[in-house]
Design a protein around this ligand. Structure first.
Ligand SMILES: Cc1cc2nc3c(=O)[nH]c(=O)nc-3n(C[C@H](O)[C@H](O)[C@H](O)COP(=O)(O)OP(=O)(O)OC[C@H]3O[C@@H](n4cnc5c(N)ncnc54)[C@H](O)[C@@H]3O)c2cc1C
Length: 246
C-alpha cells in the first residue's frame, strides 16, 4: 500500500439487499478494498447522469476479512443519498466507495476489554462489526451492548445481538425502546439518561476498559457526557457521530 497517498475510489457492486428494519436496509457489496478493522467506515460517492455527485460516509457492518462488504443504511425521508439506497438501488448496480477509513473508532483483539458498546439507531452498525469480530477472536471477553431504538422492530440486528447473548455468557444486551414499552424483563423504555446508564452499568458490575458510542450527534454527545459522570475517563470513550441537529 502506498502510505500517504489518497485512497482511490473503487467500484462497488450490489450483490444482495436485505431488509433489517422498517427503516434500514443492508447492502452486501463486492468491492476491491483492503482488509478493514472493526469499526471503520467507507465513503460512498454517487454520480448522477448530469455529473452531479454526492458523497456520504457509511460504517462497515461486516467483520474484518468477511467476503462481502456490508453497509446498513437508514432512510432519512428528507435526505439526498439514503433515499437512493432505499428507492433506486438494485442488485447489480454499481457506485463508488473508498476506504477503509478511520483510525480512532476501531477495536482490535489486542485491545482487550471489558467492552462497552452503546449505539442508537443506525449507530449500531460499527458496533456490530466489533461484536462480530469479538465473537470470532475473543468470545469470552466481557462485553455489554446498550442499544437504543425507537421500537423493538427498529432495533437493528436484533436477532443477531440476542443470539450472541444466548450463545456467549459474557455478552450482555440491554435495550431501550424510546417510542414503545419495553419487551424483555430488565429492558427500558426511555432515553438513555444519567439514571438509566447508572442502573444498567451497576447491574453489569464491570468497569469498561474501552467504550464505543455511536449514533446521531445529539445521542452521542448526551451518552458520552453521562458516561464521564459515571467515572469513565474520557480517554477510554471513543465516539462516532453520524450527524443530525444538536
Ligand atoms: C463516520 C460516519 C459513518 C456513518 N455510518 C452510517 C451508517 O452506517 N448508516 C447510516 O444510515 N448512516 C451513516 N452515517 C450517516 C450518513 O453519512 C448520512 O449522513 C446519512 O445517510 C444521511 O444522508 P442523506 O444524504 O440521506 O441525508 P442529508 O441530505 O445529508 O440530510 C438530510 C437531513 O437529515 C439530517 N441528518 C443527517 N444525518 C442524520 C442522522 N444521523 N440523524 C438525524 N438526522 C440526520 C440532516 O441534518 C438533514 O437535515 C454515517 C456518518 C458518518 C460521519
Amino acid at each position: 500500500v502506498n502510505a500517504g497517498a489518497p485512497l482511490a475510489w473503487q467500484n462497488a457492486t450490489i450483490l444482495r439487499i436485505e431488509r433489517q428494519t422498517p427503516r434500514i436496509l443492508s447492502f452486501f457489496l463486492r468491492a476491491p478494498l483492503a482488509r478493514h478493522e472493526a469499526g471503520q467506515h467507507v465513503d460512498v460517492r454517487l454520480t448522477a447522469d448530469d455529473g452531479y455527485q454526492a458523497q456520504r460516509s457509511y460504517s462497515i457492518a461486516s467483520a474484518p476479512g468477511a467476503p462481502e462488504l456490508e453497509l446498513a443504511v437508514e432512510r432519512l425521508d428528507d435526505g439526498e443519498v439514503s433515499p437512493y439506497f432505499h428507492e433506486i438501488a438494485r442488485l447489480g448496480d454499481q457506485f463508488e466507495v473508498r476506504g477503509p477509513i478511520g483510525g480512532h473508532f476501531i477495536w482490535r483483539d489486542e485491545d482487550g476489554g471489558p467492552l462497552l458498546l452503546v449505539g442508537g439507531g443506525s449507530g449500531l452498525v460499527p458496533l456490530m462489526a466489533i461484536a462480530r469480530h469479538r465473537a470470532s477472536v475473543a468470545p469470552d471477553l466481557p462485553t455489554l451492548l446498550i442499544a437504543s431504538a425507537r421500537t423493538w422492530d427498529d432495533f437493528l440486528y436484533r436477532d443477531e445481538w440476542l443470539a450472541m447473548s444466548d450463545r456467549m455468557p459474557e455478552f450482555a444486551v440491554r435495550v431501550t425502546t424510546t417510542r414503545e414499552p419495553h419487551r424483555r424483563p430488565g429492558d427500558l423504555d426511555r432515553r438513555l439518561d444519567q439514571m438509566a446508564l447508572r442502573e444498567i452499568l451497576g447491574e453489569w458490575g464491570r468497569l469498561p476498559r474501552h467504550v464505543y458510542v455511536c449514533g446521531s450527534t445529539p445521542f452521542v454527545e448526551a451518552v458520552a457526557t453521562h458516561l464521564t459522570h459515571e467515572r469513565i475517563p474520557p480517554r477510554q470513550i471513543r465516539t462516532e457521530r453520524y450527524g443530525g441537529a444538536v
